[in-house]
Design a protein around this ligand. Structure first.
Ligand SMILES: [Zn+2]
Length: 256
């Protein structure tokens, strides 16, 4: 469904590029606003990728690593999302590049804009390899979390990594780590800071960063003893394994 959505927007951007030079000024702003709507699709794609990861963790929780065909299907789906995300980036880049060029040239040049964008887009997409798609942070997170969660559930997909992961799990399992250093209550959507490995609740940390940046200040990691003086949104990643562990912990402590 998202794919259709994205294709429609891409087509719409092409349509809004005018064939006649005198429409240039008016339509460039239409193109820009359409491009920004297209960019907003990336938020939906990211949410979709998180959902796919969460379904995968549900499968691992119920069946361990046994249902490999279902996990493979989900991996294909998340790679498809990675491709869509990349497609939007390439498209936005080509529109930006070509419109920047055309505004410096005589209005007649605008006639060729549509073709230039299409050409540049094809060129950029041709340079995207499977490895690039695998490198998408959410694809990496998908694989990591399935692996970690399987280990935690007592499975051993790769024995060499057992030692390192055991340590990981021991740290994350301790209940104090479920508490957000900002809100002092159990996290709902735990985000991991890739720089210092500390966790915060999503709503609280994003609000805090926004607030600090508005006042032209940096946001220091609130974890006691941490020397990370600049927490950025780009360093944060939703940790679905941790989220599941908190939910399970809540369920268990509710029972006793
Ligand atoms: Zn920290």
């Amino acid at each position: 469904m998202i794919k259709l959505h994205v294709c429609l927007w891409v087509e719409f951007v092409f349509i809004s590029i005018p064939a006649a030079p005198f429409l240039l000024k008016m339509s460039l702003s239409t193109v820009q606003s359409t491009v920004s709507t297209l960019k907003s699709c990336q938020t939906d794609i990211a949410a979709c990728m998180d959902m796919i990861s969460d379904v995968a963790l549900g499968i691992v929780e119920a069946q361990g690593m046994d249902n490999s065909s279902a996990l493979k299907k989900l991996e294909d789906m998340i790679l498809e999302c990675s491709r869509l995300d990349r497609e939007i980036n390439c498209f936005v880049d080509s529109v930006d590049e070509m419109t920047a060029q055309v505004t410096q040239e005589p209005p007649e040049a605008m006639v060729n804009l549509r073709n230039s964008v299409k050409g540049r887009f094809t060129e950029l997409m041709a340079g995207v390899s499977d490895t690039d798609l695998q490198r998408h942070s959410k694809v990496v997170a998908f694989k990591d979390s399935v692996r970690k969660y399987a280990m935690q559930a007592g499975q051993t997909p790769d024995e060499n990594e057992e030692e390192e992961l055991d340590e990981d799990i021991a740290v994350t399992q301790s209940q104090t780590n479920f508490i957000c250093p900002l809100t002092q209550v159990e996290m709902v959507n735990p985000m991991k800071n890739k720089k210092c490995n500390h966790y915060y609740d999503q709503v609280a940390v994003l609000e805090m960063i926004k607030c600090k940046h508005k006042n032209r200040k940096t946001f220091r990691c609130p974890k006691v003893g941490c020397d990370n003086k600049d927490v950025r949104e780009s360093d944060l990643e939703l940790d679905l394994v941790m989220k599941r562990m908190i939910q399970n912990h809540k369920r268990q402590s509710g029972k006793t």
